[in-house]
Design a protein around this ligand. Structure first.
Ligand SMILES: N[C@@H](CCC(=O)N[C@@H](CS)C(=O)NCC(=O)O)C(=O)O
Length: 205
């Protein structure tokens, strides 16, 4: 197996954080995202969506979509459990991961790309303003839920931490401190600072 990615992009970062928390070592092939390598015919043959990350399997086939890759690896390597140990725990973790991706990462990424896009996309001030308007709603929900938790879903790291951490880190490309959006979110700040000290949070290049 190997993983095609670009380590600074949020979905690849989510997967890298997951692998480090699991203690799984899979080699990386860095794709030049700013240089457009993900849109070449060679890369599109691996993933017709032209995005990262992509898991290349030993039989030469490919699997895209970061969450599908994580779920596949989680089934191959159930310990330590990063989604949960019971049906309800897994459902609760997946709910939080969805809030982190669809609620936070998608908006933070749109904010970055409409202000200081690392891919050179043109600024869209109205989009950036709309994202700043929308972010506090979901951040308030997450902030209230993690009030007495060390990790997003409870006492141990899960895929929800990996996604939320990747979102917070990507936002920094546009100098956006996600925990400081709107009125600010102290529990998310405490979580982000603590998670950022974990070995899995250090980007290995
Ligand atoms: N839903 C996909 C999103 C993948 C995605 O959009 N990846 C970004 C990097 S974070 C990318 O490759 N963007 C380049 C593009 O779409 O042109 C996933 O979770 O893997």
């Amino acid at each position: 197996m190997r993983i095609h990615d670009f380590p600074f992009a949020p979905n690849p970062r989510k997967l890298r954080t997951y692998l480090a928390e699991k203690g799984l070592e899979i080699p990386f092939v860095v794709v030049n995202l700013p240089g457009g390598e993900h849109k070449t015919p060679e890369f599109l043959a691996r993933n017709p969506m032209g995005n990262l990350p992509v898991l290349e399997l030993d039989d030469g086939s490919h699997l895209s979509e970061s969450l599908a890759i994580i779920e596949y690896l989680e089934e191959l390597h159930p310990d330590p459990p990063m989604i949960g140990s019971t049906p309800l725990e897994r459902a609760r973790t997946r709910r939080l991961e969805r809030l982190a991706e669809l609620g936070v990462m998608a908006r933070a990424a749109r904010y970055v790309h409409s202000t200081k896009s690392p891919l050179g996309l043109p600024p869209i001030p109205e989009m950036a303003a709309a994202m700043l308007e929308e972010l506090p709603g979901v951040l308030a929900v997450l902030d209230a839920e993690i009030v007495d938790r060390p990790f997003v879903a409870g006492d141990r790291p899960t895929i929800a931490d990996c996604t939320l951490f990747a979102a917070f880190e990507f936002a920094k490309f546009a100098e956006l401190d996600v925990a400081a959006v709107g009125r600010g979110f102290p529990h998310l700040r405490r979580w982000h600072e603590a998670f950022g000290k974990r070995p899995s949070a250090q980007l290995q290049l």
